[in-house]
Design a protein around this ligand. Structure first.
Ligand SMILES: Nc1ncnc2c1ncn2[C@@H]1O[C@H](COP(=O)(O)OP(=O)(O)OP(=O)(O)O)[C@@H](O)[C@H]1O
Ligand SMILES: [Mg+2]
Length: 350
């Protein structure tokens, strides 16, 4: 036992909500020791870029205080199609050490940015059908984006020990909470405020990832336009609170009409996957993110895609500490998926 070793917190800096989770190891299992979230004002983070770092620093400090977290070590993530490039590539079989040496060179042809402007990482998935070849996931993240996030988190008094990527955090959450069925493909889909993230995993390893800049905000914006209300009021309406004289049915109708845009994007991503990975059927979609909490949304997604859709449960194999509000946490569980995935990371993991 590493006595006194610290369990880092997972800090999910979403564009709509800031979330923090801390998961401790306990008798061979896991326990959620802290969780909380606060909304962020819109336009504070746009396209994965931090627009107002001063307000974000304050919000992080506020959240850490609210969640009563004393740990300084934090695992954070970056995201966004303009900052993160993830590619599945095929390379001649070699050891991890050998690839470590040559990855920058290999990556150059796949990364549309100057190779010196990105941090490159990789994960060897395994051998391919073709003899002598292996599948590798290549991840390149723009250094200036990492620096933006790292400096904000440091400014808030935390020590960022790992910088992860949202789609991998989703997978990490999945591995701990779900029984992995060999040779079965599952689509992990996160619907955030301003993004849609997809990670199709096969037997637990990533097969296809995609990040699209559209999310649950389209529903909020539609409510604002339709009823001439502020963003905050529209958010309350989305959560099922009664607002002025707007009926639940009227709100629901607007939300569902606006959701078409999301369904179209999900469909497009799935089509793109099917054409690039022919013959690889998807068994089910597991949805996380705040979008999964919108009443009727998962059911409608199932109808539109003709697929099995389940709400993600990041606490299936993680006990919830007695000191936390279990009923509340179970209710909002899908929105905690990325934060939990980050909280499960340990320094030195790949
Ligand atoms: N209880 C709820 N009921 C319905 N919708 C909700 C609820 N809680 C949050 N949402 C919606 O979920 C969205 C935020 O989800 P989430 O926190 O996953 O996004 P994010 O991580 O901040 O965004 P992104 O990952 O795109 O940067 C908002 O559009 C919000 O309206
Ligand atoms: Mg998110």
């Amino acid at each position: 036992m590493l006595f006194g070793s610290k369990t880092p917190v997972g800090l999910d800096i979403g564009s709509g909500y800031l979330k923090v989770a801390q998961v401790k190891e306990k008798r061979g299992g896991y326990e959620l020791d802290a969780f909380d979230m606060i909304p962020l004002p819109p336009e504070l983070i746009v396209d994965g870029s931090i627009i107002d770092s001063i307000r974000l620093v304050d919000a992080i400090k506020e959240l850490i205080k609210k969640a009563r977290i004393r740990t300084k070590e934090a695992v954070i993530s970056v995201t966004g199609h303009s900052a993160v490039i993830i590619k599945m590539i095929s390379l001649p079989e070699m050891t991890e050490e050998e690839l470590e040496e040559s990855i920058k060179f290999e990556a150059e042809q796949y990364v549309p940015f100057d190779i010196n402007d990105v941090n490159v990482d990789f994960q060897i998935i395994g051998p391919r059908e073709e003899p002598g070849q292996m599948d590798v996931i290549l991840v390149a993240v723009k250094k200036d984006i990492i620096n933006e996030y790292v400096s904000v988190v440091k400014e808030a008094g935390l020590n960022p020990v790992v910088v992860d990527v949202d789609v991998f955090a989703m997978e990490n959450m999945y591995e701990v909470n779900y029984d992995i069925i060999p040779n079965t493909n599952v689509a992990l889909l996160d619907i955030g405020a301003s993004s849609l993230k997809l990670n199709i995993v096969k037997g637990g390893a990533p097969l296809f990832t995609r990040d699209t800049p559209i999310g649950s905000n389209v529903q909020t914006e539609a409510l604002q336009r339709e009823f001439n209300i502020t963003f905050e009021v529209a958010e309350r309406l989305k959560k099922g609170e009664s607002v002025e004289n707007i009926t639940e049915e009227a709100a629901q109708e607007v939300i569902m009409a606006a959701s078409e845009e999301i369904f179209t994007e999900v469909g497009r991503s799935l089509d793109y996957y099917r054409t690039s990975m022919s013959g690889e059927e998807i068994a089910e979609i597991i949805i996380s993110g705040g979008g999964a909490l919108v009443s009727g949304f998962p059911e409608m997604l199932a109808e539109r895609t003709g697929m099995e859709v389940r709400r993600s449960d990041p606490f299936q194999n993680i006990e919830i500490s007695k000191k936390l509000d279990e009923a509340y946490i179970r209710e909002i569980a899908p929105i905690a998926a990325v934060a939990v995935g980050l909280a499960l990371r340990r320094v030195g993991d790949r």
